[in-house]
Design a protein around this ligand. Structure first.
Ligand code: HEC
Ligand code: HEC
Length: 454
């Protein structure tokens, strides 16, 4: 009898838990992505996409002809570079094999932020780009988009991705080179982007001089009749079409699950999804909400600050969103990243502090403790003594660490080891298998004749 009562008690207890489970507050599951979520950026125009692919991989857009967009956003490294912080112009090689270069050509400094992946940025909800959102909608600016070029941004850019593509070529460290090395670098250093002899005009002239490109620009753009009509904005529009067409990625097991395909996710992944979306458990969707797991907001989550920073505060700090808004309440807030294909895009965080998915997930569970106990052994950075010396400047400054900690707005959460494991399994369900092998993105040759190597 006692055993029967005990058994009944267990049955009732489990009924009670499942009833509570059903009523438990839960962030809603997103809608599956559809075609309507994506702009038509001309991705249906195969010639435009093919032109964009060549430009994306061509070092002709860099001052010293030694780096392309793809060096930091390569198809072999999940459209990122596999490093905590990129090695810009002057470095040699790809991904984790990249070095800091040699002699006078060697890199001068580290690029201060992690290179994000470029998946799904053709979806119309991605209106704000960069870790601090410095490219964002604003009707008062050319093309309706506010950017570092302000009112100097030329008209005729198709969308936010095209606007973004105007900027890497203007950065000395990323693509232009150091003043004195080449005329593009000189113009960039003088802040001459849009003027006569500016960065954009010089690069357009390079393209105008390459017949293999001219023919394609004439075929793709109705307003390009002769070589002299080519502007850098045309190149940016083609690059945007390529990025949007090739890196749309909405066929992960999670997408298929949302579209009603039972069994698309493993049981562990379904459990991880519940942890992710439950307010009482992971509560991840209070920030990583919506179809692409981001609400596009800016939050301070006590992410370790690695590298030279953006020159803020004592010098090696990065104030994040405050740099754009000027509002001190935005200090150390960074963009909530999309988690699509996140298993393919390590290292993580705006400074690439965490090398594994598990480490960045554990950071979220107790952000301040994780910041203070940060283990720099995981930093994935090509070394050079003078560069290495600055990598932990912020982390070795107790006052800076304290300031980052006190700005934290991510509550601690208590998950069991098993739940953490499920959560990581779920994050793997956000990988679209079509993105695992992107070798087909790489063009076979380039009109400039420059090598495709890195
Ligand atoms: C030296 C490495 C490097 C090169 C070369 C480079 N990028 Fe990037 N890219 C970055 C970094 C770093 C960021 C983030 C910067 C930030 O947020 O402040 C970024 C951001 C972006 C973003 C925004 C992603 C997002 O989620 O907000 C896009 C799109 C992009 N780059 C495309 C390009 C294109 C197109 C080119 C070539 C014209 C290019 N990149 C060249 C390193 C690079
Ligand atoms: C308060 C908002 C917030 C919540 C809640 C939140 N995150 Fe984040 N998450 C962020 C922000 C902001 C970043 C980027 C911080 C940075 O770059 O400095 C981030 C980064 C990440 C990254 C790294 C992605 C990348 O590309 O670098 C992963 C993975 C991640 N979050 C997973 C989770 C999971 C899993 C949960 C739930 C346990 C969660 N997040 C809850 C705001 C949040």
């Amino acid at each position: 009898m006692a055993r029967i009562i005990a058994l009944l008690a267990i049955v009732f207890a489990s009924l009670a838990t499942s009833a509570a489970g059903a009523a438990s507050p839960r962030n809603v599951l997103p809608q599956p992505a559809t075609n309507a979520d994506f702009h038509d950026l001309g991705q249906s125009d195969a010639a435009k996409v093919a032109l964009g692919a060549q430009l994306f991989y061509d070092k002709v857009l860099s001052g010293n002809f030694n780096i392309s967009c793809a060096t930091c956003h390569h198809s072999f490294t999940g459209t990122g570079d596999g490093l905590a912080l990129p090695i810009g112009e002057g470095g040699r090689g790809l991904g984790v094999a990249r070095d800091t270069g040699i002699g006078a050509d060697a890199v001068h400094e580290r690029v201060p932020r992690n290179a994000p992946h470029v998946f799904n940025l053709g979806a119309s909800e991605f209106e704000i780009l960069f870790h601090d959102g410095r490219v964002q909608p604003n009707p008062d600016f050319p093309n309706g988009i506010e950017s570092p070029a302000g009112h100097d941004l030329p008209d005729g850019l198709d969308n936010v991705l095209a606007v973004q593509a105007m900027f890497p070529v203007t950065s000395g460290t990323e693509m232009a080179g150091q003043p004195g090395e080449n005329p593009v670098a000189d113009a960039a250093a003088a802040g001459n982007l849009a003027g006569p002899g500016g960065v954009w005009e010089q690069l357009a002239e390079r393209l105008q001089g390459l017949p293999g490109y001219v023919d394609q620009f004439v075929a793709v753009f109705p307003d390009v009749v002769t070589a002299g009509d080519i502007r850098f904005t045309h190149a940016a529009n083609a690059i945007a079409a390529f990025e949007a067409a090739n890196w749309r990625s909405d066929n992960s097991p999670f997408d298929r699950f949302l579209r009603g395909e039972r069994g698309a996710m493993s049981r562990a992944q379904v459990k991880g999804m519940r942890v992710f979306y439950s307010r009482r458990k992971g509560n991840c969707a209070s920030c990583h909400s919506g179809t692409f797991q981001t609400d596009h907001s800016f939050r301070a989550v006590a992410m370790p600050q690695i590298g030279p920073g953006k020159g803020d505060g004592v010098g090696y700090e990065d104030f994040g969103r405050e740099r754009v808004t000027g509002d001190v309440r935005d200090r150390y807030r960074f963009r909530v990243p999309t988690l699509r294909n996140v298993a393919l895009t390590a290292p993580y965080g705006h400074g690439g502090a965490y090398d594994t998915l598990e480490a960045v997930v554990r950071h979220h569970l107790d952000p301040v403790a994780s910041l203070k106990d940060y283990d720099p052994a995981q930093l994935r950075l090509p070394g050079r003594p003078d560069l290495d010396a600055g990598d932990l400047a912020a982390m070795n400054d107790a006052a800076v660490v304290e300031a980052i900690a006190s700005a934290n707005e991510l509550a601690e959460m208590h998950l069991s080891e098993r739940e953490i494991g499920y959560l990581i399994d779920f994050l793997h369900a956000l990988t679209d298998p079509a993105m695992l092998d992107l070798r087909g993105d790489v063009p076979r040759s380039l009109p400039s004749g420059l090598p495709l190597g890195d």
